[in-house]
Design a protein around this ligand. Structure first.
Ligand code: HEC
Ligand code: HEC
Length: 199
């Protein structure tokens, strides 16, 4: 199947998920049980302690559902998540989206900022590149757009590099490849540092 057709199918699948609306109480209870396996990597309560594994707690419901659909269709290629998502039904995905989005989000790191100049550079880059216009003023995300605030710094940097190199494909619209196109690697580092510490 061509990339274009794969993207089109992923879009249809995700639209069907969204159209199905809120998950039932049973879906939610089943998701809570299923999520325990996810927490082995993504951290207790969906708060990650592993630098290259993202926190899931507090991510928008739709963002989680779309990413699981992209993993399941292999539109987004990450071996471990492709294998896990291949075993999820549409009902599982709806339930996981509802449950994980309801968990309290990660907090800013407790220790003092070791590189305040990098934080300032990141804040300026985020302002000039209008990151908040999609990710919202507090970077909590909305709809299919990710929460960025207090995400693992190394994961944020990996995600930005993956968009930049074209390794990561997601939504049919090229919002993120366009956003990172003008940025250099030092810019990506500064943005990741700033967003991981956002207050
Ligand atoms: C063996 C470890 C492991 C397990 C178990 C696991 N994940 Fe993941 N997951 C990862 C890693 C690593 C990534 C980051 C992928 C990347 O580098 O782009 C990820 C990424 C994700 C993302 C994308 C998040 C984002 O911010 O882009 C979602 C959503 C997700 N996982 C959901 C789940 C769910 C739901 C489960 C349980 C059903 C689960 N994961 C189980 C390792 C795991
Ligand atoms: C036009 C809207 C838009 C703009 C502007 C935008 N983003 Fe995004 N961003 C998105 C969407 C949509 C996604 C989810 C992409 C996907 O589904 O693959 C995303 C995903 C991300 C992710 C991955 C998060 C995760 O957990 O996997 C990061 C990091 C990110 N954006 C950072 C930024 C930064 C930094 C900027 C500014 C330089 C920015 N974005 C500007 C729409 C946007």
């Amino acid at each position: 199947m061509s990339v274009r057709r794969t993207l089109a199918w992923a879009g249809i699948a995700a639209a069907a998920l969204a159209a199905a609306g809120a998950s039932s109480a049973e879906d939610l209870a089943a998701a809570k049980e299923k999520a325990r396996a996810c927490f082995a990597c993504h951290g207790e309560g969906g708060i990650s302690r592993a630098p290259e594994t993202p926190s899931l707690a507090g991510q928008p419901d739709n963002f989680i559902q779309w990413q699981l659909v992209y993993f399941r269709s292999q539109t987004r290629k990450v071996e471990v998540m492709n294998a896990i998502a291949s075993a999820l039904s549409d009902a599982d995905i709806r339930g996981l989206g509802a449950y994980l989005s309801s968990l309290p989000p990660p907090q800013p790191p407790g220790e003092p900022d070791d590189r305040p100049e990098l934080t300032r550079a990141g804040a300026e880059l985020a302002r000039r590149n209008h990151c908040a216009s999609c990710h919202t003023e507090r970077f909590v995300g909305q709809g299919a757009i990710a929460r960025l605030a207090n995400q693992q710094e190394r994961y944020l940097l990996k995600a930005l590099r993956d968009f930049k190199s074209g390794v990561r494909r997601g939504g049919g619209v090229a919002a993120m490849p366009d956003a990172v196109y003008p940025l250099g690697d030092d810019d990506l580092r500064a943005l990741a540092h700033y967003l991981a510490r956002f207050r």
